[in-house]
Design a protein around this ligand. Structure first.
Ligand SMILES: Cc1ncc(COP(=O)(O)O)c(C=O)c1O
Length: 353
């Protein structure tokens, strides 16, 4: 019998498929592969992060059946933790904000998690700092509860180093491209890939408005990627290149992939595909692997919803407009992230096209 039987849904996390993308935006003779992390049980790479954080907390004796875990998240980690709470029998309180997708909220509730919504923005117009402040208040209200702190807890990149990184390193490619919020998945993957395949370039992608790689922090639409500060888990020493792009570019790529390839990606995946295409075009590399964090199923009411797009002033760019945006210079050295080149990168998003 070849059918694998898993002990629980937690054992089904990981070992996601890779598909090759064939599109005329890929320079001739070059190859782009996509690792589909939405094949995890709650449809995002954060199942892996959640499993790493939970396993480490259980192993350290900090979390067990009947315990309480509190975390701040834009949504995906929340639903992954909520799922694992149901598997391992602990309570989950997820601190979300007004930007969290309604689908993700319903998902957390379905797994039995308690939700805390923050309404106030921080000084940069984002919610992440307000969410963390609320977590700290809740820890006082729930003595014995744990806060995994995905931003600074090394268990996050360490788990990706030993699991996701191993899977990624199996494929021989010239570049690995991913998005960054806590930095946990891409930096963990990068550490492993650089150990096993030292010649590989790692490209980080982020959205204009995030402050992870410097630049002014301001509100943006793409969920999951970015942060209004740089968490400890973003280790610049393992990232080589940087591509910053606009909401409009990321969302437009998502529409093209859905309509022409049947690939329903979330907005941060749009960043990663754009960054991969830009680096394939700008450099002499022959192949790239894009880490696709989640599915567009999370955002059917947002980035795939015409009235929502209109309300947020997003125009879907055509294939030729996207090709124009993939010009040289879109990818810079990560070392330049606090330099004038970085500022030029952001403003280029607004003025071109
Ligand atoms: C959809 C999506 N993309 C990208 C990221 C960034 O992942 P990381 O926090 O590992 O940097 C996240 C994290 O929440 C996410 O949910």
């Amino acid at each position: 019998m070849n059918t694998a039987i898993y002990g629980s849904i937690a054992d089904c996390i990981g070992h996601t498929p890779i598909v090759e993308l064939r599109d005329s935006l890929i320079p001739q003779g070059k190859r782009l592969f996509a690792k589909l992390e939405y094949y995890n049980p709650s449809f995002s790479i954060k199942d892996r992060t959640a499993l790493g954080l939970v396993k480490a907390a259980i192993a350290a004796g900090k979390l067990g059946r009947g315990g309480t875990l509190i975390e701040s998240t834009s949504g995906n980690l929340g639903k992954s933790l909520a799922m694992l709470g149901a598997v391992y029998g602990f309570h989950v309180i997820v601190v979300i904000d007004a930007k969290t997708s309604p689908t993700v909220i319903k998902w957390c509730e379905a797994y039995g998690a308690k939700l805390e919504m923050v309404q106030d923005t921080d000084e940069n117009g984002g919610y992440q700092k307000t969410r963390v402040a609320r977590v700290k208040e809740l820890l006082e209200d729930y003595p014995g509860a744990i806060w995994p702190n995905q931003y600074d807890n090394e268990d996050n990149p360490d788990f990706h180093y030993s699991t996701t990184g191993e899977e990624v390193a199996e494929l021989e490619v010239d570049a690995v491209v991913g998005s960054v919020s806590t930095g946990g998945h891409l930096c963990g993957i990068s550490r492993k890939v650089k150990e096993k395949r030292p010649g590989t370039t790692v490209v980080a992608c982020d959205v204009d408005g995030s402050a992870v790689f410097g630049g002014a922090s301001h509100p943006y639409l793409v969920s999951g990627s970015g942060l209004s500060w740089r968490g400890k888990n973003t280790d610049l020493s393992v990232l080589d290149k940087l591509c910053i792009l606009s909401d409009e570019e990321a969302i437009s790529i998502c529409h093209l992939l859905a309509k022409e390839h049947g690939l329903l990606f979330g907005g941060s995946s749009g960043l990663v595909v754009f960054g991969s295409l830009a680096w394939l075009k700008q450099s002499s590399i022959r192949s790239a692997l894009a880490i696709i964090p989640d599915s567009g199923a999370n955002y059917l009411d947002q980035i795939y919803n015409r009235p929502w797009l209109a309300d947020h002033g997003i125009k879907i760019l055509s294939r030729s407009e996207l090709a124009e945006r993939l010009r040289a210079g879109r990818v810079i050295d990560v070392k330049q992230c606090s330099s004038p080149e970085r500022s030029a990168l952001s403003s280029a998003n607004v003025s071109v096209g």
